[in-house]
Ligand binder design. Sequence first.
Ligand code: GLU
Ligand code: ZN
Length: 513
Amino acid sequence: MASASSTPSSTASATASTASPRTSGVRVRFCPSPTGNPHVGLVRTALFNWAFARHHGGKLIFRIEDTDAARDTEESYRQLLDALRWLGLEWDEGPEVGGPHAPYRQSQRREIYDDVARRLLEAGHAYRCYCTPEELQQRREEARRAGRPSGYDGHCRDLTAEQVAAYEAEGRRPIVRFRMPGETITFTDLVRGELTFTPENVSDYGIVRADGSPLYTLVNPVDDALMEITHVLRGEDLLSSTPRQIALYRALGDIGVGTGAVPEFGHLPMVLGEGTKKLSKRNPESSLDLYRERGFLPEGLLNYLSLLGWSIAEDREVFSLEELVEAFDIRDVNPNPARFDLKKCEAINAIHLRQLPLEDFVAACGPWLREPHAPWRPEAFDQAAFEKLAPLAQTRVTVLSDITRNVDFLFLDEPEIDEASWQKAMKPGAEGVLRSARQAFEKVEWQADAIKEAMLAVGEEHGLKLGKAQAPVRVAVTGRTVGLPLFESLEVLGRERTLARVDAALARLEETA
Ligand code: GLU
Ligand code: ZN
């Protein structure tokens, strides 16, 4: 499985590689920073890149942008890999898979970035900036007050040797700044159309910290260039960095890093949560873990997430991943913000659950019928009994974790009585219904239709419709007012256990009378 990719390679070099095998020219990347838990916004970005690569027969490169030692964690790195594996979004190059541009963790590529930064400085595309944060801040405020653009003012662009020596003598440690070419930058965004940025709005920016470590602003385009990325599909929050990166790409081409070709960009729409607010990472609905723990199907979740900015056709919301790949066109992505709607996400997942072949549904339920999800003793579980009710459950659950509550009455020694359900069902008259039902259940043939007939007769005897008559029986036997169809449930539970539960309910009613 693991190939020779996860260690820094001594032959890693910043020169263009021409040897990568290709089926189509398309090469996209998913390049998260390993901070925090994977969230749905991240998954949507991964999905669109994956779908784009698969649609074009191209390659998805998975790269880890871990150049911020203060924030990146190994745990988060593991979670990212695990998330993509669970979702089934396979990558063609990256961690554990390897590839011609290994290593794919930026923390292992430091020598490449050091080399590129040095060459950018030598070629004059970058310079050392000695300004302190306080000085920068002060000049920014002055500019703002004077109504001038508040980006970096170019103070250190052309320092003389004497000025540099003076700063060095003061003990200042410079950052490296990229020199913007001072020209208007125009590009055609695959989602947003033509965009133009004038030089006043894009100032020179830092690419190496004062401690010598490279910044995201450098490593992201350098790796895109070296890894021959053809299309950059990412969130619109990164749009303002695109003109800077385009200028850097051109400079990289000039110093022989990569091919000099600038990738195409497509900025995906923002995802809104409640109101007009951006869906925040802190919002519980955004955590991927929640969806895994509740038992969403990867294809159900991905189907829903694909609708955040894209649609397969009017009036069509449910489709398979194959259909998504077949139809996916980045130019169909809508630039307007998309709203995250958990209810709709659940509804789409429920449809995917119903569409599973029964045996796949049964298999998918497996984890939710065992510890730690299942509240019953492990040896009390009976697979054959579960499979009898599985077809009825399949049309009723929204997420797989719902299955546990739907069948717990079968495997618990005693049903877990929900008090609100008890109060609702055990109204005056319930005792009489339970007694009649008990009598009928003793002699009826133990089969759902026959049990139903018997229950209809009990209802008639008490002047009740079936629904009202069966409520106390349901609560006595399953503990709740809602659940799977009752008579099939009783058939599977068996006569003896049903009678024992009716007796227990009668005893409780007597006690509290
Ligand atoms: N590591 C960057 C992020 O997580 C990637 C941005 C990009 O796709 O260019 O925001
Ligand atoms: Zn400066």
